[in-house]
Design a protein around this ligand. Structure first.
Ligand SMILES: *[C@@H]1O[C@H](CO)[C@@H](O)[C@H](O)[C@H]1NC(C)=O
Ligand SMILES: *[C@@H]1O[C@H](CO)[C@@H](O)[C@H](O)[C@H]1NC(C)=O
Ligand SMILES: *[C@@H]1O[C@H](CO)[C@@H](O)[C@H](O)[C@H]1NC(C)=O
Ligand SMILES: *[C@@H]1O[C@H](CO)[C@@H](O)[C@H](O)[C@H]1NC(C)=O
Ligand SMILES: *[C@@H]1O[C@H](CO)[C@@H](O)[C@H](O)[C@H]1NC(C)=O
Ligand SMILES: [Zn+2]
Length: 503
């Protein structure tokens, strides 16, 4: 699950024109190639799901996360790490081991990988509280503290002429606005600054990203307007403010990979698609987020092979979800209209086993989302009801990999068990657990290990996934036809896509 963003973000213009989709009925014959296998059946597929099998894969995934220790000093499966490479190998080799039931493919794309380990900004004799290193900032020289006077840059620091000649060797203090943070950082770098501080032009602290890396970027912090004012006044009075900056970070471009597996059997023009994300955050091994969803998908994919399907089933393991839904965004952006229309729906499975769980169903409705999203939501509700379980609705607000799908006309939905939200007393009556605590107290932390997972919730939710796959693999009867490739929620704020606030 992507971290909550605390800053207002750009609006995504959903601009593509609505196209009429003519359903190619003549192309939709079901494949009969695997007719010796029984047609998949929900109950039969669910019966294969056991806690032992999930545990075995979870232990394996934690072992893989330990490949990240050498570079990160702790287990992680963040993109660019050996833990993530190991995860991809594990997913791919598991699928390859299933024979020729699936067409397995890699979709590679370039992702900018950044990680900030430590930072410190000292201005005069104070450490401003609001100082926050910008995402994708390079480190200070040699990852050591650098020292220089604070120098006030004219205007918004977008032009070379805004930088006084004594910027060389200094820390440049720059006002927000007019051009991107990355442009300011590069301009400061070209003027010889050893670091840059961008202060907010509005109320509040300033966290943003430098975006696409540049060799001219210098270590850059954001600062609140309130914190900046006293320093601006002193500089305008001609006072000297000896300062120091320190950022230990890495930033580089790394190729990464989505893995896609599609049944060779079933109507290839009508697919049910589902996905989880293969990456974790840098802070920990991510066994619940989203090792759990990735493993659930692998288990369901493994057991599906002994059944035939009438519609095609397409599994996806996305990369770069934690960096801003990069993999799923890229995947959907590469679909032609024809390919887009073959996906009848997309189901997102991110965080299936939170320790202090609730059964959360995304409140996806047809009023705000592509038609069919609500039918999918109701399938989940029926599932929990038929298993005598309670459930809650949570906002369908773009916080995971379904977002690119629903923005491009594909019905979507999913379930989760909760991240850093706080469990209420009522929810304790519904699900057990502890009130007043996070659903996942180890969310995005080092302690998101195998022990962090609740296997009761994980088994139920993996059965739900099996049910959703089996249902649509058999038939789309009663499920709305696709109508177009544009969103019916145009102009909605797009909160969680990378690279977030850039100006
Ligand atoms: C696909 O990616 C996986 C994981 O990185 C790798 O192990 C496998 O060799 C790749 N396969 C192909 C055909 O490129
Ligand atoms: C840098 O130069 C400006 C004038 O261009 C001056 O006001 C400022 O005090 C100087 N700062 C330092 C630290 O020398
Ligand atoms: C599928 O069936 C084959 C042949 O009966 C069996 O060997 C294999 O273990 C089954 N696969 C799974 C995942 O149960
Ligand atoms: C679900 O979303 C609809 C709008 O699409 C809203 O009217 C309804 O109140 C929401 N339900 C819950 C429980 O959040
Ligand atoms: C569902 O919630 C109710 C309270 O709203 C509770 O009494 C019941 O035990 C819960 N069911 C389960 C299976 O936990
Ligand atoms: Zn996450």
């Amino acid at each position: 699950m992507k971290a909550l963003s605390i800053i207002p973000l750009t609006t995504l213009a959903a601009a593509s024109a609505l196209q009429q989709y003519l359903h190619e009925a003549s192309n939709s014959q079901a494949s009969l190639s695997s007719s010796s296998k029984p047609l998949v059946d929900s109950k039969a597929l669910q019966d294969h799901i056991t806690s032992d099998k999930l545990l075995k894969r979870a232990n394996k995934l934690f072992e893989i996360a330990q490949l990240g220790v050498e570079e990160y000093n702790h287990p992680t499966r963040v993109i660019g790490s050996d833990g993530h490479v190991g995860t991809l190998d594990y997913i791919y080799s598991t699928l390859a081991g299933l024979g020729d039931y699936y067409e397995v493919s890699n979709q590679s794309f370039e992702a900018v990988v950044g990680n900030i380990f430590e930072s410190r900004l000292v201005l005069g004799d104070g450490e401003p509280k609001s100082a926050t290193p910008m995402s994708l900032t390079p480190p200070t020289k040699n990852k050591d503290a650098v020292f220089g006077p604070l120098v006030l840059v004219a205007n918004e620091g977008c032009d070379a002429s805004d930088y006084p000649s004594n910027t060389t060797g200094s820390i440049a203090l720059i006002k927000r606005g007019v051009c991107a943070f990355g442009d300011k950082s590069a301009a400061a770098g070209k003027a010889g600054a050893i670091a840059a501080v961008v202060y907010n032009s509005e109320k509040g602290s300033l966290s943003g990203t430098l975006g696409e890396p540049s060799k001219y970027h210098v270590a850059t912090f954001g600062l609140s307007n309130e914190d900046a004012q006293e320093f601006i006044r002193k500089l305008q009075d001609g006072k000297l403010i000896p300062s120091s900056a320190y950022i230990d970070s890495i930033v580089h471009k790394a190729p990464t990979t989505n893995i896609i597996a599609q049944t060779k059997g079933g109507d290839q023009n009508n697919c049910v698609m589902l996905g989880g994300h293969s990456d974790s955050v840098a802070e920990g091994p991510g066994i619940n987020d989203d090792g759990s969803g990735s493993i659930s998908l692998l288990e369901v994919a493994t057991h599906l092979v002994n059944y035939s399907v009438q519609n095609c089933v397409r599994f996806a393991w996305w990369a770069g979800e934690e960096e801003g839904l990069l993999g799923s965004d890229y995947y959907v952006s590469q679909l032609s209209e024809k390919e887009n229309l073959k996906i009848r729906l997309f189901m997102d499975y991110d965080m299936m086993a939170s320790p202090n769980y609730a059964y959360q169903v995304y409140n996806a409705t047809n009023a705000l989302n592509p038609t069919g999203s609500e039918e999918l939501r109701d399938l989940y509700i029926d599932f929990y009801k038929s298993h005598n379980q309670n459930y809650t609705f949570i906002p369908f607000d773009g916080r995971s990999d379904y977002d690119a799908f629903i923005k491009n006309g594909i019905p979507g939905g999913g379930i989760a068990t909760g991240a850093e939200g706080i469990k209420t007393k009522d929810e304790v009556e519904m699900f057990g657990g502890s009130a007043g605590q996070w659903y996942d107290p180890c969310y995005h932390q080092l302690c998101d290990t195998v022990d962090n997972c609740n296997f009761d919730a994980w088994v139920i939710n993996t059965k739900l996934i099996a049910h959703s796959v089996a249902t649509y693999a058999v038939s789309f009867k009663g499920f709305p036809e696709r109508t177009g490739v544009s969103s019916n929620a145009q102009g909605e704020e797009s909160l969680y896509h990378g690279p977030k606030l850039v100006m």
